[in-house]
Structures are given as structure tokens and as C-alpha cells.
Design a protein around this ligand. Structure first.
Ligand code: MLT
Length: 404
């Protein structure tokens, strides 16, 4: 008789954004006349930039001719893309990362969920609280998190690093030493950022304690302040303690196209074993690469025209962030984020819980956001709005909230 992976049964409820999607669907079915504005999941709304479309069209044509047709992509991704990434995201910023340390994938969500596989089951993880739920849930599935306490909303074997208004939504170095540390900056969900000096402290801490930092830099394109690093590899010593995850979803609008990459420096080792070799083995065994057409689209991101068009798109979303931030602040809400990230983090009014405010906003303003408590216990009493809507919808949503 077969048995299932019982760790899955420990997961409370469904994935946060599936729960929200279901609630909104049910509300919408019951109130078909209501026009709902979705500022919940961080999904982009602007069409792909012309430079991307052009690259995709060209690649589609190539696939239709014998001489230029491509089958399976190389395990780690096409060289043309890995070279463009190494130059555009690393060498140009003074980071010592080479093309063969980059693994192209179909997105950072999968990589952030899968990366834990190359670590021992008894590794102890540390996460920010609140946190992007994928990091925790995938470790639950792997049996690494202990037991869930429904009262506190925490796992017995996870080290939580609260990110609250008291510490400016920036975690303190944990007292109990973890093996794996998940950090995401600019942060999802709080929209906070980390300075290079502060990140250097984390890198030093990880090197001192033999820990690995899994650094999710999916929102790097939204950084507007000089003191905020674009990559953990801007910090000295990061090559021996860090893995970096990057996405094309937020900087280039690829949420539906799917492309991302993971950087594992060759110097990152456990004894004699290189993590690069383990991830390469996993990639080769379980993955057949992002499509050629998509990788060519990714290459276009790094062209001069690509950079120009995409920075205009980022500016469009950041203008939405300003509309949300200023609109809510003007209406008396306590707000943060939105300066180096496309997320606004607001305190729910009065004594409302995050889910109460979710229901209130859905029913009274027909606006969807994300309850802070869905990201962890320290998110209780907070709420996230995304700047990825259209400008028109963003303005209307804020007007509706202000009118409540
Ligand atoms: C979010 O809303 O937190 C993100 O869109 C989720 C993701 O990128 O997977």
C-alpha cells in the first residue's frame, strides 16, 4: 500500500493567494454587478515592452526554420542569456559573478521553493516574519519545520525574525543560529529595503556561523535609493555564503512568460562539496530549461533599448506606489514601503485584524489587497497593497478607500 508525504497534511489551509482568489471569486459570483479592483497578488498589468515582443517574434520565426530550429535548451540556460545577465546584473555593478555561476530557470518562485532540496533535512531555517509564504511552505513539505501551532501561527523548528515598525521592518540577527537564512530585499511583503552596510552584517554573520543566505532579489529593479544594494554579491564575502534568486516577472512583466535565474558561486561549499555542483545535478535531472523564445526575450531585457523601455515600466508602477502611499497617508493611514519596492504596507485601522480589513475592503470598496497575517504572525494588523495595477484602477481604488 502506498503512503503519501504526510508533511503535506501539516500545511494549514491553502496557499495564501489561492485562498484570496477563492474568496474574491465567491464574492464576485454573489455580486456580479460590483466592479472589483485587484491590488492583491503582485501580478503585473502592463503589456510586454516592444523590445521583448520583437525578440520573441524573431525567436518564433527561428523555430520555424530548419537551420535555426532549437530543441532542448542547455541545462543551465543559453550562453547568450547567461552572458547578458553576468554582465548586466553583476560585472557592471562590480560583482564577481561569472556566467557559469548562473542557472536560468522558469522563475524565482520555483527556484525559491526548490532550492531547499540540496540541503540536509535537519537544517534549521530562519525566515523574516512576515515572509513570502513559499519559503516556509516548501520547507514544511520537506519535513524540516517541526509542528505547527495554530494559536501562534508558527512552526516549532523555524527561527522567526520579526520585522515590525519597531525595527523598521528590518530583521535583527537571530540569537539562535540557523543553517539557512531566507532574506528578501526589497522586501515582499513589507516593501522595506536593506542598506548595503546592514546586508554586509548579514553576510559576515553567515560566514562566521557557517550558514547560507538564500537571497531573493526579485524586486531589485524597484530600488531608488543609493544606499540599497542591488545584489548580495555587492557585499564582500558573499561568494562563500550566499545564493541569489532573481526574477524577470517584476522588472520585465514576465509573470505569464516565466523566466528567472539563480546564482550559486563556485566558492560556496559544504566541506569539499560545492553547492553549485549539487544544484547543477538537480537542474540536469529535473529540468529541461526555459524555452528558447523566452530566453531570447530575457536577453532583450539587457539591451540598451530594453533597459530604457523597462525603466519606464518600473517608473509607471512606482508612480502607482506613490499614489497609494500618499493617498493613504493623507487619509490618516500608517503606511510604509513603496519607495524601493512596489508594495505598500499599511496598518489596519482601529483594532481590525488583517482578514477583517480584507473583508471590509472587499465588501465596502470592492478593492482586493493581501492580509498581512497571511505572511506570518507579525503581519497581523497589517495589509499589503500592490502597485502593479493600472494607474486608473490604482487611483480609483485609493479614492474608494478614502471615501470609506
Ligand atoms: C506576491 O504577490 O507576493 C507575488 O506576486 C507572489 C509571487 O511573485 O509569486
Amino acid at each position: 500500500m502506498f503512503k503519501i508525504n504526510e508533511n503535506y497534511l501539516k500545511l494549514p489551509g491553502s496557499y495564501l493567494f489561492s485562498t484570496i482568489g477563492k474568496k474574491v471569486r465567491e464574492y464576485s459570483e454573489a455580486h456580479p454587478d460590483k466592479e472589483i479592483i485587484r491590488l492583491g497578488i503582485g501580478d503585473v498589468t502592463q503589456p510586454l515592452a516592444p523590445v521583448i515582443i520583437e525578440a520573441m517574434h524573431k525567436a518564433v520565426d527561428e523555430m520555424g526554420h530548419q537551420e535555426t530550429f532549437r530543441g532542448y535548451a542547455p541545462d543551465l540556460g543559453y550562453e547568450f542569456l547567461r552572458d547578458a545577465i553576468a554582465e548586466g546584473d553583476y560585472r557592471s555593478r562590480g560583482c564577481d559573478i561569472s556566467a557559469d555561476e548562473i542557472f536560468v530557470s522558469d522563475g524565482a518562485k520555483c527556484d525559491s521553493g526548490n532550492i531547499q532540496e540540496i540541503f540536509s533535512e535537519d537544517c534549521r531555517i530562519a525566515v523574516c516574519d512576515p515572509v513570502y509564504p513559499v519559503y516556509v511552505d516548501t520547507n514544511v513539505m520537506a519535513g524540516r519545520t517541526g509542528e505547527y501551532d495554530a494559536k501562534t501561527g508558527t512552526w516549532s523548528n523555524v527561527i522567526y525574525m520579526p520585522c515590525t515598525a519597531d525595527n523598521d521592518f528590518s530583521p535583527e540577527l537571530p540569537k539562535e543560529v540557523p543553517d539557512l537564512i531566507y532574506l528578501c530585499f526589497p522586501n515582499n511583503p513589507t516593501g522595506s529595503a536593506i542598506t548595503k552596510d546592514r546586508l554586509q552584517e548579514w553576510v559576515d554573520y553567515a560566514n562566521r556561523n557557517g550558514a547560507v543566505i538564500i537571497y531573493d532579489a526579485a524586486y531589485e529593479a524597484y530600488i531608488s535609493e543609493e544606499s540599497v544594494p542591488h545584489s548580495i554579491f555587492e557585499c564582500s564575502g558573499a561568494r562563500t555564503c550566499a545564493i541569489e534568486l532573481k526574477s524577470f516577472s517584476k522588472n520585465a512583466g514576465f509573470t505569464g512568460v516565466r523566466l528567472g535565474y539563480t546564482v550559486i558561486p563556485r566558492d560556496l561549499k559544504c566541506g569539499d562539496v560545492s553547492l553549485h555542483a549539487l544544484w547543477a545535478r538537480r537542474h540536469g535531472t529535473k529540468y529541461n530549461g526555459a524555452p528558447y523564445i523566452v530566453q531570447r526575450a530575457g536577453e532583450a531585457v539587457y539591451t540598451e533599448e530594453g533597459r530604457k523601455q523597462l525603466s519606464a515600466q518600473v517608473a509607471y508602477y512606482m508612480n502607482n506606489a506613490k499614489v497609494i502611499y500618499e493617498g493613504l497617508k493623507g487619509a490618516g493611514y500608517t503606511v510604509s514601503g513603496g519607495v524601493n519596492a512596489p508594495y505598500i504596507w499599511l496598518k489596519t485601522p482601529g483594532a481590525m485584524t488583517s482578514w477583517e480589513f480584507f473583508d471590509y475592503l472587499l465588501e465596502k470598496a470592492n478593492v482586493v489587497g493581501t492580509p498581512g497575517s497571511g505572511f506570518g504572525p507579525s503581519g497581523e494588523g497589517y495589509f499589503r497593497l500592490t502597485a502593479f495595477g493600472t494607474y486608473e484602477n490604482t487611483v480609483r481604488a485609493i479614492d474608494r478607500i478614502k471615501a470609506l
